[in-house]
Write a protein that binds this ligand. Structure first.
Ligand code: HSE
Length: 310
């Protein structure tokens, strides 16, 4: 059995407009890379972190890669040490599930090096512990698709119950990441707690509509269901030019657009890669006019989740 492994885990779009904390999907790129190597002793040591501009902790009890690995080893009752190298390939605080990709890559790598004592799906609760250290809430809408691939619905958190659904093959995502940072913890605090029945009814209709639209390749239904009545109105104020970017995406043929996770990235769904690329370029232009640099990622739905790099 190998003593060292390099794993890529993908970025994700969480919430997907109307499914706060319950919907997430994986994309092909970007993603994070984690190299895990077995040690002779039982210590977990973070040897190297690149691409984080020195922002991430190397304390194994606080880092999003190592916390899931530690909880996983405790659960198995295995005393195995690892050297950890984390290569961040996407911006922190971007709304692309940056911490989740790291958490998933770490625990997936550990499970592989130990000969897969657990099924991949059973690694989810450990990956969620990475989210707890990153933003104070062990939400699963980023880690589940990063781990399992595809589009995942978290039906319940207590007990944890999730299901992957099929998505149309011509569905593409354009994600524009503006060069600003939104801290997920802050983005959760500003959400108003009051429950407004009318909005909940409208939101629930969209949640059901989006699931059916995805499962039946009904692109217009997907588009109609992508209005978020509960979260986007509050959070969009953290993202300059949000309304213009969204409207531009719709004007250029996107099915719908919203905030990716806690933001500041904005994603749009389109039918077909060509439209998705056009939509992405036009969204970028709005930010550029306002003097904000962006990265653009265009991807289908990544059905695979983590993969071994070497
Ligand atoms: N569902 C989470 C939130 C995702 O919106 O706070 C964080 O990326």
């Amino acid at each position: 059995m190998a003593d060292s492994i390099k794993i890529f885990a993908p970025a994700t779009v969480a919430n997907v407009a109307c499914g706060f904390d319950i919907f997430g999907l994986a994309v092909d790129n970007p993603g994070d890379e984690v190299v895990l190597s077995k040690r002779e002793d039982d210590q977990i040591i973070i040897q190297e972190i690149t691409g984080d501009e020195g922002k991430l902790t190397k304390d194994p009890e606080k880092n999003t890669v190592t916390v899931p690995v530690l909880r996983y080893l405790e659960k198995l009752g295995i005393k195995q040490g690892f050297d950890v190298r984390l290569h961040k390939k996407m911006p922190l605080g971007s709304g692309l599930g940056s911490s989740s990709a790291s958490s998933v890559a770490g625990v997936f790598a550990a499970n592989k090096l130990l000969g897969n004592p657990m099924e991949t799906k059973d690694l989810l609760p450990f990956s969620m512990e990475g989210e707890r250290v990153a933003c104070g809430a062990a939400h699963a809408d980023n880690v589940a698709p990063a781990l399992l691939g595809g589009f995942v619905i978290i039906r319940s958190y207590d007990p944890l119950d999730f299901v992957q659904i099929k998505t149309p093959s011509e569905l593409y995502v354009s994600i524009v990441h503006p060069d600003i940072e939104v801290n997920t913890k802050d983005a959760r605090i500003i959400l108003r707690q009051e429950a407004i029945l009318k909005k909940i009814i409208a939101q629930t209709g969209n949640v059901a509509g989006l699931v059916v639209g995805l499962m039946t390749d009904n692109y217009p239904l997907i588009g109609r269901s992508m209005t978020d009545y509960l979260i986007e109105p509050n959070r969009s104020i953290l993202i300059p030019y949000f309304n213009e970017v969204k409207q531009t995406a719709l004007n250029h043929g996107a099915l719908g657009a919203s905030i990716s996770g806690a933001g500041p990235s904005i994603f749009a769904f389109s039918k077909g890669k060509e439209t998705a690329e056009k939509v992405g370029v036009e969204m970028k232009k709005v930010f550029a006019k306002g003097g904000i640099e962006t990265n653009l990622f265009v991807s289908g739905i990544n059905q695979n989740g983590p993969r071994i790099l070497d």
